[in-house]
Design a binder for this molecule. Structure first.
Ligand SMILES: NC(=O)c1ccc[n+]([C@@H]2O[C@H](COP(=O)([O-])OP(=O)(O)OC[C@H]3O[C@@H](n4cnc5c(N)ncnc54)[C@H](O)[C@@H]3O)[C@@H](O)[C@H]2O)c1
Length: 274
């Protein structure tokens, strides 16, 4: 929607700027820790969610729950975001159900089946899988769904890099725990950051805004030692919660951020500030 050409603040309904009423928003990794909160938040602000995830996550069931909760049409689609033909089919399915796409949120991730192996032990296969799903999956959804938005009046894309594409992981964070952060994950997320900035510039004149949200340390029943270490290195002295990431999402998806593109909104409790 074109912004009102006015200097009269009284002419603006500021609450309405945050509404997503009638918008069709695609969320990949919809059944994950952060994706679930994103989908519920979009639903509460009036949007139609297209919940996308791998078959094992059963996004169709999740979409049915959202539809029941909110009394509005939702769609669940099982696929692998790394496969072009499957993302092409996704576009066709969305358009046959809704006739439009207003937003895309790439919240999928693959950290590899050997999540916390040391750098020296990373195999080609492991590296390729992480980069393929994280980076190529984001490229494919942006190209196939984003191009549709560019050709049809615009939209909003939110991609998810990582704190570890902004700064390196502090290895002390993992001391005494079974956790870590693989190099392929950081590298794939760095690619997502660069791709997002590229597309923000490339599509700005066609009204597709491309922004990023960087969550950090989202609590998921972590082992106690990790939570303790994390608190020591965090200015806010705690992990975050998935629902705390969703406020940034509603802002970036909605007209409230109509003049924002190419931004990476850090929801990281000040982790990179010192
Ligand atoms: N949780 C955190 O602390 C944190 C921090 C920084 C960034 N992030 C990023 O935020 C996003 C969401 O994180 P999360 O914690 O919810 O992750 P998660 O692992 O809980 O969820 C990821 C989802 O992606 C899905 N997925 C995996 N491969 C897929 C594929 N090939 N096609 C479609 N879907 C696929 C999974 O099934 C899962 O439901 C990710 O991009 C992650 O890298 C998370």
């Amino acid at each position: 929607m074109e912004p009102l050409r006015t200097t009269d603040a009284f002419a603006i309904d500021f609450r309405k700027k945050f509404e997503l009423g009638g918008k069709v928003i695609v969320v990949t990794g919809a059944c994950g820790l952060v994706g679930r909160a994103f989908c519920e938040a979009i639903s509460q602000f009036g949007g139609h969610v297209v919940a996308v995830d791998i078959p094992a996550a059963e996004p169709e069931k999740f979409a049915a729950v959202l539809e029941e909760r909110h009394g509005r049409k939702m769609l669940g689609v099982s696929l692998n975001v790394g496969e072009r033909a499957e993302v092409e089919q996704l576009k066709a399915t969305i358009l046959s159900n809704f006739d439009r796409i207003d937003g895309l949120v790439n919240a999928h991730q693959n950290k590899s089946h050997l999540k916390f192996e040391s750098f020296e032990c990373v195999t080609d296969d492991n590296w390729d899988t992480v980069v393929h799903i994280n980076l190529k999956g984001t490229f494919l959804t942006c190209q196939i769904l984003g191009s549709w938005m560019a050709e049809n009046g615009g939209g909003s894309i939110i991609n998810i890099p990582s704190t570890y594409s902004v700064v390196a992981p502090n290895q002390n964070l993992y001391k005494g725990t079974s956790l870590g952060c693989p190099a392929a994950y950081s590298a794939s997320k760095g690619g997502i950051d660069a791709l997002s900035r590229y597309l923000a510039s490339y599509w700005a004149s066609r009204k597709v805004r491309v922004n990023m949200i960087t969550p950090h340390g989202v609590w998921n029943n972590h082992e106690a030692q990790f939570e303790e270490n994390f608190a020591r290195f965090s200015p806010m002295e705690r992990l975050s919660y998935n629902h705390e990431v969703a406020g940034a999402l509603i802002y970036l998806l909605s007209d409230a951020s109509s003049y924002v593109t190419g931004d990476n909104m850090l929801v990281e409790g000040g982790w990179t500030v010192w």
